[in-house]
Ligand binder design. Sequence first.
Ligand SMILES: Nc1ncnc2c1ncn2[C@@H]1O[C@H](COP(=O)(O)OP(=O)(O)O)[C@@H](O)[C@H]1O
Ligand SMILES: [Mg+2]
Length: 310
Amino acid sequence: MALIEIRNLYKSYTPKAKPVVYAVRDVHLSIRRGEILGLVGESGCGKSTLGKLILKLEQPTQGSVVFDGVDITGYSFNQMRPLRRRMQMVFQGSSQTFNPSYTLRQILREPLDNYHAEGGDEKEKWMASMLRKVGLDETYLSRYPHEMSGGQRQRCGIARALMLNPEFVVCDEAVSSVDYAIKNKILKLLVSLKKELSLTYLFISHDIAAVNRICDRIAVMYLGNLVEILPNINSSALHPYTQALLAATLPANPRERKAELVRFRENEDIPPQGCVFQNRCLYTKSLCQEARPMLEQKADRHFAACHYGL
Ligand SMILES: Nc1ncnc2c1ncn2[C@@H]1O[C@H](COP(=O)(O)OP(=O)(O)O)[C@@H](O)[C@H]1O
Ligand SMILES: [Mg+2]
């Protein structure tokens, strides 16, 4: 059974005097226990909204979210409480949300105190062991956020997310603000923590190289829609959008690059009907303007929402 199962999920916002914005549109997705599912797409395509919907930090406009077999779509704040500790989020600015006047001890104790977990001595031991897991040690407990480097703070953000022993972690641009050398170390750390603590990740990033390094499968989002789910990082993209996205951002491998396939058209209008990508796609045919392609299976565990699937 999948750990996360989302069906027919929509999230719309209605800004004043503007048309409705669909941040997430008709998304179906399952996340298996123990996998790292990458979620990629350009900025503003709905990745963070999807992550927050799964964690119930946002309420869906329509559709359902099932966590470990339990439909949590209509769960209230109080009903979510016991589940909340099982699902956590690490985000780009995690460490920027640290209270600057708190020591790391106070920062890490907060989730434990909220959930009345173990007593004082036990808490100290647990915080120290969590710090060692993320590559720091208990001497950091008395430090303030400004007394640490960006990479150390990001490790602390991960430690804080793991304090309550979650099973599922949404990593939202978790390595996007750190420089290259630190990024690689944090990615390695995330993978080793996943194994050690039997975690499942939704790894959201606009950085395809990072996604390629650690993810088992990759879901691709465009204007709120999932347009492709690749069964592994080596499978070749079927959707013209994914092809363009991968070609534009992957380290170039000249033999695999097909220059004529990798361009977008310059048109950001949201199509009123038909395929969401029709205005930018180089292969649009009349069918693409008329009917919206559904995400359908094109090969083993490989899904794409394209009438043609090049
Ligand atoms: N609270 C909100 N109110 C109105 N629009 C929002 C809100 N949150 C997100 N959006 C819009 O939803 C879309 C998706 O945003 P987001 O999920 O943050 O994208 P991403 O994480 O892929 O960059 C964007 O067009 C954004 O402007
Ligand atoms: Mg985002």
